[in-house]
Design a protein around this ligand. Sequence first.
Ligand SMILES: [Zn+2]
Length: 369
Amino acid sequence: MDYRKILSERFGFDDELLKEYEKTKKSIRTSEKDKLVNKLMAIERSNGLTATLLLLYRQQVESGFLLADPTDSANKEFFNIRDDKTGVTFHIQWNPDRELRKNHKLLVERGIIVPVQDTGSLINKDKQGKACYLCWENIRVQNPAEILYPVQLADEEYFLGANFAYLANNHFTLFNKAHRPQLYRKEIIAFLLEFMDKTNGCFRGIFNGLAGASIEHHEHMQVTTEKFPVEDITVSPKAVILNGDRIRISQPDYYTSLILLESSESSVIMKYADAFLTRWHTLNPKHHTENIVAVKHLGRYRLFIFPRDRRKLTGSGKTGAMASFEVSGNIVLSDKTVERTTFDNISLTSIQNMLAGIKPAGSLKQLFP
Ligand SMILES: [Zn+2]
C-alpha cells in the first residue's frame, strides 16, 4: 500500500511534508512534525481514528522507523497449531528482525534512536541515569523519527507511537502523557474500552501489569489490529460462572488461568472486572498482577483477564516474560540461542507446557461472591 497515494488521492493530503520528513527524519524540526500531526487530526475528524492510525503506521513503516515491515513475510516463518479442546489456533512466529532492537548501532544508523549529548534536556531518569523511554518529552529528543499521535481517553491525555520492535501489524504503544507507574487502576479498563469505541473494534488493546511490561515506571498499553487466537476460545455451558445482569462471566478451558467478561455495556464490564482484579490483588499484593486483552466485536465488549503471579513470569523455552501476546496464543520467537530450538520443536504439548508454567496457584472461583 502506497500511503502517499492514498493520502493525496483520498484525503487531498499534500505529500511534500512527508517527502521532507523522509529526507530529514533525523533532524526534522518539531514544528514540521506538528504540522504533519495536525493534518492527521483533520483526517481523524473526517474519517475516524482507525483510518488515521492505519495511515500513520504505514508512514512509520515506509520511512524506516520500524525494524521491518510486518506485512513482509520474507524473513519470517509461521506455524499454526489448532487445539480442538479449547478451540484456539495457536499462532507461532519466528521473527529474527525483532532481535535488531538490541543492536544499538543499527538503531542509531536508522534514526530510530539518537545518542543524546546534552542529557540535561531529558526528564525522569532512573538510578542508572537512563531517561524514561515513554515520556513524550524524551521521545521528542531521543526518537526523532517517531511520530506521536494524541488521543484523549476518559478525560486523560494519551499518545500513540508505532512500536518499532513490533509483535504484530499496526502495533502501537498507547501511553499516558503523564509519567506515572505501570500499575493497574480501574481507569485502565475504561481507557481500553473507549479506545475500542474510537476505532470501532478494529483495534484490540492490551495491558500488561507487572507481568511482561518492559517499562514499569510509565503507564502504557498496546494496541494492534491483529486478532488474538484466544478470541476463538470455546465457552462451554459449564464454564459459565455468571450469566445475567447484562454480563456473561466465564472461565473457559485453557492452559493458564483465564477469566472472560462479555457485555455490550462498558460500565458493567468495568464494574465486574475491577471487583475481580481488586480481589485478586488483595489475595497477594506483592505478587499478584495481570495481563488484560480487550476486544469489541459486533457491539459487544470482551475482556480477557489473565491473572498472573510475578514469581511465574517465564514459560519453558521462551526467553523473557510471557505477556499478553503470548498468553493470548500469539507466540513470537526471535532469540537464536534458546527460542530457535523452541520454534523447531514446537508442538501443542510444548505450548500447553509453556502456558501451564505461568499458571498461578489456587482457584479463581473463590474470587466471585
Ligand atoms: Zn515517563
